[in-house]
Design a protein around this ligand. Structure first.
Ligand code: LLP
Length: 392
């Protein structure tokens, strides 16, 4: 269905300067509704959208209007969330390297809690909160040492990763916190990685959290008000039209079935990619088709500056030629940037492609626009929502 809609938009796209991100507002609305349908069954469940996935203000607005909180990893993200309708009281703040000004900004704003990743960080938050006559809510990010079946560059929950506090240190760190007057221990935080499609990985996380909660109980620590399980649910990059809305039912049921929450505990999720990933395409034009002895290149006007994922992780995004129905040929689809890694796809079958053809690089809503750069003095990408284009 999304394919047909994209095709229908082609004439409209022709009038616009490329490259640009095109956000499908209807699909975003359907995705948000699907999440709410699963989470609203549980009164003590909360979703904090991981805003690093996409901070486009029009997208943020729609997500805050749907009643979601936010998961931020920088002072800049906290600011942009507050400018776009997220109440500070629904913002959680993670990250291994929070700067003093970011901690001050978060305390001033009155965010819900800091997801703390080390004792030195805890001490700095306590010192700054004390100086500001405030008490900071803190959750500890525990490294669960649970492997996720995903790209090595985006696993986070293994002991070797830089994130979180070793599970063996959990009780000691909570005791340090309990001894400080300007910080309040409010829970535990976890995140095992991103683009995870095997529910077994989330189940393994549930089992590990259950074990850790047993250990806490045995140590007499019973004031764990919040369990935050992070994000990580993947999307179908190969066939976005088959699964435009991710399988939220399977994801949330895994937690409902396997995580043993204690009475009164709140459960928090930080989904990013699954919320916005399928909702955007990067629209680009073919500039040249270049034939060499071994290859045929379709050189397009978007590059790794607009969508970094293929160059950085070898990520594969579906590419469609919206202008051509001719028989297929093989292309390397590449951008104009002066880097050999500026390649969207190698040996890729596309309908015969010509200069001026409009291409859609699909599933680019998450970690697309947010990871854009100005390398080669390029302008940051333009972006439109479907609502906007309908009105224009
Ligand atoms: N919570 C924490 C603590 C995280 O580090 C992340 C993502 C999330 C939540 C959201 O994860 P998601 O639901 O989106 O999987 N740039 C990479 C992905 C990096 C993910 C970083 N952390 C990519 O393009 O694949």
């Amino acid at each position: 269905m999304v394919r047909r809609l994209l095709q229908d938009m082609k004439d409209r796209f022709e009038t616009l300067r490329t490259p640009f991100y095109y956000y499908d507002a209807d699909l975003l609305a359907d995705t948000l509704a699907a999440i709410k349908c699963e989470t609203e069954k549980h009164e003590s469940w909360h979703l904090h959208y991981a805003v690093k996935a996409c901070t486009n203000p029009k997208v943020l607005r729609k997500i805050s209007e749907a009643g979601f909180g936010a998961d931020c990893v920088s002072g800049g993200e906290i600011k942009v969330c507050m400018e776009n309708g997220f109440p500070a009281s629904e913002i959680v703040f993670a990250g291994v390297g929070k700067a003093d000004w970011e901690i001050e900004l978060a305390l001033e704003a009155g965010i819900q809690c800091f997801n703390v990743e080390s004792v030195p960080e805890l001490e700095v938050i306590a010192e700054i909160a004390g100086r500001m006559n405030k008490v900071a809510n803190v959750s500890f990010r525990i490294n669960p040492d649970v492997g996720a079946h995903t790209h090595a560059g985006i696993t986070t929950g293994l002991a070797e990763n830089k994130f979180g506090i070793a599970k063996e240190d959990m009780i000691r760190v909570i005791r340090v916190c309990q001894g400080l007057s300007s910080v309040r221990f409010v829970g535990l935080h976890f995140h095992i990685g991103s683009q995870i499609l095997k529910m077994d990985d989330f189940e393994a996380l549930c089992c590990r959290i259950n074990e850790l909660q047993d250990q806490l109980e045995a140590a007499g620590i019973s004031d764990v008000a919040n369990i935050n399980v992070g994000g990580g649910l993947g999307i179908d990059y190969e066939n976005p039209d088959a699964h435009p809305v991710p399988d939220f039912k399977a994801y949330f049921e895994t937690y409902a079935n396997h995580l043993k929450l204690r009475s009164g505990q709140h459960l928090h999720f930080e989904l990013g990619r699954a919320v916005v990933g399928q909702c955007a395409s990067l629209i680009t034009r073919c500039l040249y088709v270049k034939q060499t002895q071994t290859k045929q290149f379709a050189i397009v006007d978007a590059g790794m500056t607009e969508l970094l994922r293929p160059a950085l992780y070898g990520a594969k995004h579906l590419i469609q030629n919206l202008s051509s129905q001719s028989s297929e040929q093989m292309y390397d689809v590449v951008g104009p940037i002066c880097e050999s890694s500026d390649v969207f796809a190698k040996d890729y079958m596309l309908p015969e492609t010509k200069r001026g053809d409009m291409l859609a690089i699909r599933s680019a809503g998450a970690y697309g626009e947010t990871m854009a750069s100005q390398y080669n003095c390029r302008a940051l990408p333009l972006a439109y929502t479907s609502d906007e284009l309908k009105q224009l």
